[in-house]
Design a protein around this ligand. Structure first.
Ligand code: FAD
Length: 469
């Protein structure tokens, strides 16, 4: 029986990154994948949604082309072609990951893996069963969409994100249950494509953990595109029939739609892994890990969505590096203080660190700097002036605590703040960095300077000479 230094279960952005990193460090590595490498991220998550998002974004730009004097006539849209392009993007990236694994000498086993005793993994594929031995095992089996019984997913009319990403025709109407980032991203995409969208969220607002003012921009955009939003509202019943789906809401209203998307969270994928027998403890349905991604069982690590925590692809990849270092005898600890993330709504929200409201809840005194896209020369040139940059810094020491950016390229802009936070910089230090002109990142500089009232392209806050900074 082959013995590996490290066996990895699951080939998503956690598992494949762990496999490549371990191989780069000279370990003999294998990866077991039940489906396609790339996991949720490449096959059913980040990538297919962002391919469709890109189409939705481009459609918006084309529809707004007349303000540049470009007459494109009547714009037509073929969902089938957009979906086929999305599939091509996915296939290309999945093929790329397979190549990377092979070129790094990672052995790939196809099949469903489960733990069977210390250092042993069972792999089953249809009726064939194999066994491997490994000194260390990394669990990276990811997560699956939550399917509460009350919202009976049938894969035909009542869908999760897995199924909606595989539909071939554009639904006339779509009821989205859940106003978190997945629900809101699909609401943006499908409403841009012309689908009549309704979002129902049981919490008092959409995108609950994000900066309030930024969420308002998204809500405004939803309103303009005719997206109906019901917050503070639960779905009491959901049924599928011939003509589509019907939902009874706690408000007493009834919503009918061609299809429903259930986007009410994701649960750790632990089924059939043999965790209990292996002595791997769980917490809140996910694998319990310490700061070094070690589980309660000797020699077994867990990373990414299966380990609970922040369910993002780049966090899974970050944890992969921590687990590999520890599995190879080094000492590494995960640090989640600076985790940027993007909500790909139209407009998109880029965020890192704490929001202004979170600082208030934690009673941290802060200075807030703001800069509007309307005041950015580049945004004006582009004709994309919706949005703002908001930077939060400690009142006492000026250290950067967080940022939320809503608008064009927010996903890209937030990276600079994340880098500055990682280096423990103050807002003044970030504001002192020379930015090329005219660019959108100048807004980051100005918002950082605004924490001290020193943004140049912002109406002055009058002060006395004695109060000058
Ligand atoms: P996964 O990507 O879930 O991979 C786990 C892999 O393990 C799968 O391939 C599965 O087949 C395999 N597996 C499971 N059990 C076994 C077994 N027993 N044996 C063998 N193989 C097994 N994150 C972002 O950062 N940015 C985004 O824009 C973003 N958009 C998203 C959009 C949607 C619609 C969804 C659903 C998710 C999105 N995410 C996004 C989240 C992101 O996809 C996940 O956080 C990420 O994929 C988690 O990576 P992972 O490696 O932990 O697990």
């Amino acid at each position: 029986m082959t013995e590996f230094d490290i066996a990895i279960i699951g080939g998503g952005p956690g598992g494949y990154a762990a496999a490549i990193r371990a191989a780069q460090k000279g370990a003999c590595v294998c990866l077991v994948e039940a489906d396609k490498v790339g996991g949720t991220c490449l096959n059913r998550g980040c990538i297919p949604t962002k391919a469709l998002y890109s189409t939705a974004h481009l459609l918006g730009r084309i529809r707004g082309a007349s303000k540049h004097g470009i007459d494109v006539g009547e714009v037509s849209f073929d969902f089938g072609k957009a979906a086929a392009r999305k599939d091509e993007v996915v296939d290309k990236l999945v093929g790329g990951v397979e190549q990377l694994l092979k070129s790094n000498g990672v052995e790939i086993f196809r099949g469903k893996a489960s733990l069977e005793g210390p250092g042993r993994v069972r792999i089953s594929r249809r009726d064939v069963v194999g066994h491997i031995r490994a000194r260390k095992i990394i669990l990276a089996s990811g997560s699956v969409p939550a399917r509460p019984k009350a919202l009976p997913v049938d894969g035909k009319n009542i869908l999760t994100s897995d199924e909606i990403l595989a539909i071939k025709g554009l639904p006339e109407s779509l009821l989205i249950i859940g106003g978190g980032y997945i629900g809101c991203e699909f609401a943006s995409i499908f409403s841009a494509f012309g689908t009549e969208v309704t979002v129902v969220e049981q919490l008092p607002r959409l995108l609950e953990r994000s900066d309030r003012q930024s969420v308002r921009e998204v809500e405004k955009a939803f309103k303009e595109r005719g997206v109906a939003v019901h917050v503070d509202t639960a779905v009491k019943s959901l049924t599928a029939g011939e003509g589509g789906v019907t939902a009874e809401l706690s408000s007493g209203e009834t919503v009918k739609a061609a299809k429903a998307l259930v986007a009410v969270g994701r649960v750790a994928n632990i089924e059939g892994l043999g965790l209990e027998e292996a002595g791997v403890e769980l917490k809140d349905g996910a694998v319990l890990v310490d700061e070094g991604m070690r589980t309660s069982a000797e020699g077994i690590y867990a990373i990414g969505d299966v380990a609970g925590g922040i369910q993002l692809a780049h966090v899974a990849s970050y944890e992969a590096d921590i687990a590999v270092r520890n599995a190879l005898g080094k000492e590494a600890r995960a640090d989640y203080r600076v985790v940027p993330s993007t909500i790909f709504t139209l407009p998109e929200i880029g965020q890192v660190g704490l929001t202004e409201e979170q600082c208030q809840e934690k009673e941290i005194p802060v200075e807030v700097g703001r800069f509007s896209y309307q005041a950015s020369s580049k945004a004006l040139c582009d004709g994309e002036t919706r949005g703002s940059v908001k930077i939060v810094a400690g009142k006492k020491d000026g250290k950067l605590l967080g940022a939320t950016i809503v608008g064009e390229e927010a996903s890209t802009l937030v990276a600079e703040v994340a880098a500055a936070m990682q280096r423990d910089m103050t807002a003044a230090e970030l504001g002192a960095v020379i930015h090329s002109h005219p660019t959108l990142p100048e807004m980051v500089k100005e918002a950082a300077e605004d924490t001290e009232g020193l943004a140049v392209h912002k109406a002055g806050r009058r002060r006395s000479a004695a109060g000058d900074k």
